[in-house]
Design a binder for this molecule. Sequence first.
Ligand SMILES: Cc1ncc(COP(=O)(O)O)c(C=O)c1O
Length: 394
Amino acid sequence: MSLRLGWLAEVLGDSPTLNLSSQAQALIKAGEPVINLTAGEPDFPTPDPVLAAARAALADGHIRYTASAGIPELREKVAAYYTAASGLPYAANEVIVSNGAKQVLFNALSVLLNEGDRVAIPVPYWVSYPAQVTALRGKVIEVAPSRGWKVTPEDLERSGAREARALILNSPVNPTGAVYDRAELAAIAEWCRSGDFFILADEIYEDLVYTGAGHVSLVQVAPDLRHRIVRISGLSKSYAMTGWRVGFGLADKPTIDAMTRLQSHSTSNVCTIAQKAALAAFDCRPQVAEMRQAFHRRRDALVAALAGVGGVRFAVPDGAFYLMLDCSEVIDPARRREGCWRLASHLLEKQKLATIPGEAFGAPGCLRISFARSEAELREAVARLRVGLRGFPG
Ligand SMILES: Cc1ncc(COP(=O)(O)O)c(C=O)c1O
């Protein structure tokens, strides 16, 4: 065939997280006793009222297209929810409902970037950030933290983020579970004031914070920057609704309108039944709290078990359901460039333990562990990890 695919087909790799996750799932299907710590989703069922609302939507014949930005009742509910939760007034026309937070991000980047524009992304990052920027012919500026997992204004300045057209700030962070507190956000906001760029605040894990202070949104500490901030969230992680594909974007009306025009030409609306079901999610805050408590207990169980494992280091995650395990000490310095891919393969092959190499997220020498698993599984996983690390040739 002489016709070649376009540049993007060659540039864009598969998502390494999805690859490893499906490898682990294939082994599980084949009957192997794999403990899968690659999951980027809750293992809880979607709350019953949401399921009931979906059945009712079907029974009532809600099977047609909706408005691209979402059904008005849902946009109103989202606006009312975020108005109450953040103390900043949002109108329904400042909300878009998209196919997950992922499409909100893609819509936003699409309408904010021009070809060649740079986007500042703190490292380590969720894998889809650089992929989406690349797909839109933008350029990534990686912002490495000088200490720990969170970036500071100094890190942003040093990396040249001031030249960017947009900054993506994710909190709680996938893949580290780090959570930016009010003071850290205030410092970043102050730095943002001295520049002129958009900020995409990815808050998809906003309900999964294990500190007393809870989640703080950048826009709450810097309401004056609101016109430059696109808030990104949705039902996937907090409500155990990853497969329903309901994400929310909150921004100024002109930005939302532009995102809606794009969505109308790409995917139209989110599945009508999912939107109807999503209305019921807002009554499920007690179930969200229960799931958060369960994740909190799991986090504690994982951290307690890991404390006795030699050769690894980690920071206790304050949010989301991921922990980044620094395994660089167990890797032969001569083979550091190969990173943790060999270690992850070794653990999967020898110990039936599935993890994701930190290299996938820009964190060399680390493994990402998801604690969206039962406490018993997590304890067994750490026992296997301990044996696996001991048997790893380095
Ligand atoms: C940081 C982050 N943002 C966005 C998403 C996408 O969420 P959704 O499933 O709602 O598209 C994910 C999913 O893994 C994520 O980890």
